[in-house]
Each structure stands twice: as structure tokens, then as C-alpha cells.
Design a protein around this ligand. Sequence first.
Ligand SMILES: Nc1ncnc2c1ncn2[C@@H]1O[C@H](COP(=O)(O)OP(=O)(O)OP(=O)(O)O)[C@@H](O)[C@H]1O
Ligand SMILES: [Mg+2]
Length: 507
Amino acid sequence: MSLLEMRDITKTFPGVRALDGVSFDLYAGELHALVGENGAGKSTLMKVLGGVYPFGSYGGEVVIDGRVRQFHSVREAENAGIAVIFQELSLIKELTIGENIFLGREPRTFGVIRWEELYSRAQKLLDEVQLPLDPRTPVGHLGIGQQQLVEIAKALSQEARILVLDEPTAALTDAEVETLFRIINRLRARGVGMIYISHKLDEVFSMSDRITVLRDGRTVGTEPTSALDEPRVIARMVGREVGDIFPEATHEHGDEIFEVRNMTVEDPNVRGKLLVKDVSFKVRRGEVLGIAGLMGAGRSDLLMAVFGAHPGRTTGEVYVAGERVHIRRPSDAIAYGVGFVTEDRKRFGLVLDQTILNNMTLAGLPRLSGRFVTDVDAEAAAGGRAMKDLRVKANSVFTVAGTLSGGNQQKVVLAKWLLTNPRVLFLDEPTRGIDVGAKQEIYGHINRLAQEGLAIVLVSSELPEVLGLSDRVLVLHEGRVTGEFKRTEATPEAVMACATGHTRRAA
Ligand SMILES: Nc1ncnc2c1ncn2[C@@H]1O[C@H](COP(=O)(O)OP(=O)(O)OP(=O)(O)O)[C@@H](O)[C@H]1O
Ligand SMILES: [Mg+2]
């Protein structure tokens, strides 16, 4: 008998049928992957399971151990043994790691929280997920990869029988991913049933027992992983064959438009520790400069510092079109024509309770409006065009950003910066959480923007993405430049060697 059966689930939002008769089941000790394009309905299905959408707000049945269950809240689902690690992490930044793990379930005596016990149990859980941190650390101090591991520690503390992981590895380092997979295998052996959502098909194939594909709120099919391969799954996801996803690059390189000299950035939390050490680079018009490196190599810190958005102490010089400029805050950078698609869209990229249009025009406003008035119609039209260009799946520019699927939120962030008509565009993990079909589109856009003369600096953890799009690749290791390659010389092996600390300087 299945541990879990979801039967004929439907869920509608105003104007959107997110789920249209989806059936899905899960065995104990199984890892069942759920894949599909951005907006296919994966997260929505898991919110039905996790009690986020209470009984009565969806159609169909959730059956656990053969019994129909009706959850009215997340707490009720948790009590039934369901733990969901949501795509957009939901930890409370002001609370400590330990408080977050045991929130609402704190060990108590006569109503008084037993802090010693709470923190010693939290410490054990952190050891289990191999996160070398004090459980008294506020979550706000953690990077997103670390937060992800805290969420997993929290799920472990609940001893869930059904664990949902929605894009769990999007922000993890390779070492963290290995830790996660070890934990998953341990849970599998204990009989925990897991639902695994990911756009990284290699992970899906290496970890899952079965794969279910969703498209437009419907089940395309469920099959054992051994009976499928990547091209077949992709074709089912997007409803067509997807060929080579990287565009043929033919950029004409113009003048040097942007230069960074001797950038050094100090860790705001640890005095004297340098995150970026004396890094210099130049970018020409029409050029894509890729910055490769492992997670934690300082790539995001570098871009944040140049953009005036880094909390740590920064030294170095920035030149735009040959002229020295002083960028002290993001608004300075924007004024000099620098745009920035950040990796953490929840923190820096989007205002979730605002409309798509408001989000898009937040950065671009000065360009689109006159001196004293805002031209709403022109804005809506430009926003609508940008939305269509990037194929954002939403009813209109007036849709609230927070209701979009994860991947579509990322497209809005990209559209927002494109509306500022930047001269230089920083892209930090631009396709995180984006499905293959949409990735291909975004790659096409990056290529086209370069052809139009935009200078692009691209940071990505996906090496094929850096190599497939960049004209030149700079490699960082522990905050230092360890290598520089022309497109033709940048082989995966050579770049990885530099990323792990070997040094090479090209002509
Ligand atoms: N709260 C909401 N209000 C309105 N529409 C919503 C809401 N939540 C989701 N939707 C819509 O339902 C559809 C399915 O979204 P969902 O988040 O489930 O997609 P997904 O498969 O998880 O995509 P991704 O891979 O991008 O995370 C989308 O069209 C989305 O815009
Ligand atoms: Mg999702």
C-alpha cells in the first residue's frame, strides 16, 4: 500500500487553474521526483499536501496509510508526519537557529522553555547535517545554503514520515549537496518517503526511484526512473524536443566600458578576514565575462561590493568608460548604468507583495518617467513587453509577484533590470530555479543583449552555463583570481583546476 496518495487534486487561484486533476502517490522508503516547467504546479501540489492550502480550498483527496486526511493548517500536516521544505525558505531571520528548529514545539516544563535542552538538541541536529555553527546564531547571519541545511535539521527534528524537498540544492555547495544526499539515503533506509522537486535532472536521475512529470497543472505520467532518460523527461516537461540550449555566440567586442581595479572586501562578521583579495577585471561592450569558482569563492561578494551593496569594508577603484567613479550605494551604481540580478531574489530582488509592474519599474522608474510625473501607461506597456519577451507566466503586469512560481519570479527580476537600459549588467546565478525551456530562452536573451552592445558579467555555479555563454572566463578561488581563459581555451577541466586553487594566467 502506498504511504501517500493524492487523488485528482485541483486547485484554482483567481484566473489560474494551477492544478487540474493531479494524481500522485508515494511509497515508504521511496524518493519520488516531481519535475515540470516553471509554473507547472509542483509547489502548489506540495502546499496542498503540507496544509498551506487548507482542506476545502482544493478539490480531490489526500490519503495517508489508506485514510483520507483533511488538514486545516501546516501544524496539522506536521502532526501527521509531513515535513515540507519550501522553495522560498521560511525561517525567521530574527530568531536563532535553535529557536527556528523548535518553533512552536519547544521543550517545556510548566510552560517554561528548557533552553539548555533546546540548544543541545539543536546542536545534535546541526552535527547531523554537518553544519558547523552555534545553534544560538541568528538565522539572519546565515547564507541561503546554510539556511537550507537548517530547514533540513528542522525536518529531521520532526521525525517526518513524508519529507518534501522543493529545490533543495539550488543554493548548496557541492560538499553540502553530498551531505544532503547522505542524509536522504539514511532517511530512505529508515522508510521515510520523499518527494523531490528539482530542475537539475542529473540529480533527479541519480537519486530518484520514480519520476512524475507535471505540465500545466496536469500529470503527464509517472514511471520508474530506470525506464526514462533526460531527453525523454525534458520532452515531456516542455512538450517539445529541446536541442542545444546554448546559443551560437557571435559578439562584436567594442570599447572597454567597465573596469574594476584592486577590489578587496572584508568579511563584515569577522574583522580582518578578506572575502575578496585584490581582484581586477575589465569588460568590453558586447562581451560576456564569466566568473567561475566554487560556492564561497567570493564571486557574489565581488559583485555586491562593486555595486555598492556589500555590508563589509571595501577598497578598490571602479571605472566606467574610462572614468573613475565612486559607487557607495546601489543607487550610485544604477545611475552609472550598472544593473544587477542578484542570487537571492527574496532578499534583494523582488518585493513580493507588489505587482509585477511595480517590481519591474522600481529600478527603472527614473528612465521611464518624466521629471515630475510617472507615465503609468508607458510603464505598463513597457512592462507588458518585457513580460512577453521573457515569457513570464502570469495573467497581467498587475499580478502580485509573490503569487508567481519561483522561476517566473526570477524572470521578473531579469526583466526589471533590463528596463533600466543598463550599460553593464551583473548576473548572479540568473537561472537558479529556472526550467530547461526557460533557461534556453534566457540564454538567448543574454546573447542578444551582448550583441546589442551590453557588457555582461555572469556568475554561475553551473559550469556549463559559464562556459556556454562567456567570451572570457575569470576564475576565483578563496577571493583571489587564479585563472583567466578565452572562450576557446576554457575547458571544464582547466577551469575546475583553477577553481580548486591551481593558478594559471592567460595572455
Ligand atoms: N498564491 C497564488 N495566487 C495566484 N496564483 C498562484 C499562487 N500560487 C501559485 N500560483 C500560480 O499557479 C501556477 C503554479 O505555480 P507553482 O508555484 O505551483 O509552479 P511550480 O511548478 O512550483 O514552478 P517553479 O518551478 O517555477 O517553482 C503558476 O501559474 C502560479 O503563478
Ligand atoms: Mg515551485
